[in-house]
Write a protein that binds this ligand. Structure first.
Ligand code: NAP
Length: 334
């Protein structure tokens, strides 16, 4: 069967998506971005991968967040993205902002993990081959490596940008002190850190409490929030137990023991607040992040087009009263 050519929606930029500036840079990112960590690899049906990514682009989500080890299996989210480039997205390459990363275990032996120049350089070359790209828009050091001198990791990022294989550099999950050094090191070499990526959601306020979110803003770096729905916990998915096709049912990165009776009560109470706002729990959890102008983009995950559709509705109301914020904090145990 000959597959129909992909024709993106002509109204993709007039359909409610907001674009936010990444720190002090020329780059605008969509308020919601799509991450390909789960559900986009070789264990998924490619037609679902295609449907979700096409739908996202049709609604103005032009930023796709990948990493060498996304799938599952490792590398296969990037391989599928390469198929999408060939089949759908090639004519729209300049409308897309594509991220990849290296920092977690990827291949066996001493050179397939952490933060050495050897690993970062080789991994980016592999990612480009898998994704069928000449360059990525941003390349991240995926995590801080306490054993490798920070200068080695950062100089690899500088050299990658100078080589043209990435247009911008980013860092992810760096502790405060290392993040400060990274912002300074990169800026001193005219390769500013475009994006700092960290986990941030109603239940995990670590970027604020550690001071890394204000630091990124001060340094002129954009901030990208990942796992904004706490991997699905902050959605309607677990209000009545654990669905068989959910991430929690896999018990791999989202564990069943999180869903205690107390947690379920908390989720129902938050769901009530969301309803009073005329939102679903997912919409409110995303809106809560987007209320902060220092958050450049919120990277959602999804297993269906319907979930992306629901999450996009968060953009309709990102205002919260002080009373609502205080009530939400109390319900989150803060
Ligand atoms: N830099 C890093 O170290 C790092 C780490 C983690 C993630 N990330 C990035 O952040 C992205 C997002 O992370 P995440 O997948 O954990 O994000 P998330 O948005 O917190 O969770 C996504 C999951 O929530 C569920 N979901 C989403 N929308 C829903 C809705 N409307 N209704 C019901 N359920 C819904 C789905 O679960 P089901 O699959 O159960 O349907 C989906 O797979 C990743 O893809 C990756 O790009 C980066």
């Amino acid at each position: 069967m000959i597959e129909p050519l992909y024709n993106p929606s002509p109204s993709r930029y007039d359909d409610g998506m907001a674009y936010r500036r990444a720190g002090r840079s020329g780059v605008l990112l969509p308020a919601l971005s799509l991450g390909l960590w789960h559900n986009f690899g070789s264990r998924q049906s490619f037609s679902n991968v295609q449907e979700m990514t096409h739908y996202a682009f049709d609604r103005g989500i032009v930023h796709f967040d990948l990493a060498n080890n996304y799938g599952p299996e490792y590398g296969t989210a990037e391989e599928n993205f390469g198929r999408l480039m060939e089949r759908s997205f090639r004519p729209y390459r300049d409308e897309l902002f594509i991220a990849s990363k290296a920092g977690y275990d990827m291949w066996p032996g001493p050179y397939g993990n952490w933060g050495s120049r050897k690993y970062l350089m080789a991994s980016l070359d592999q990612s480009l081959r898998r994704m069928k790209l000449d360059y990525v828009d941003v390349f991240y050091s995926h995590r801080y490596d306490p054993e490798t001198p920070l200068e080695e990791t950062l100089q690899a990022l500088v050299d990658i940008v100078r080589s043209g294989k990435a247009l911008y550099a980013g860092i992810s999950r760096y502790p405060l002190g290392a993040a400060r050094k990274a912002f300074e090191y990169l800026a001193a070499r005219d390769v500013r850190c475009l994006l700092f990526q960290d986990r941030y959601n109603l239940f995990d306020r670590q970027p604020v409490t550690s001071g890394v979110l204000p630091l990124a803003a001060e340094a002129g770096s954009g901030f990208v929030a990942f796992s904004p729905l706490a991997q699905g916990l902050l959605t309607g998915r677990y209000l009545n137990g654990v669905p068989a096709d959910s991430r929690m049912a896999e018990d791999r990165t989202l564990h069943r023991d999180v869903l205690t009776a107390e947690m379920q009560e908390r989720l129902h109470a938050l769901d009530d607040v969301a309803r009073q706002r005329g939102q679903t729990l997912s919409e409110m959890a995303l809106a809560w992040l987007l209320r902060d102008p220092r958050v450049t983009s919120v990277i959602i995950g999804a297993s269906s087009k319907v979930q992306i559709e629901e999450n996009l509705r968060a953009l309709r109301n990102t205002d919260f009263s002080d009373e609502e914020l205080a009530h939400i904090d109390a319900l989150c145990g803060l």
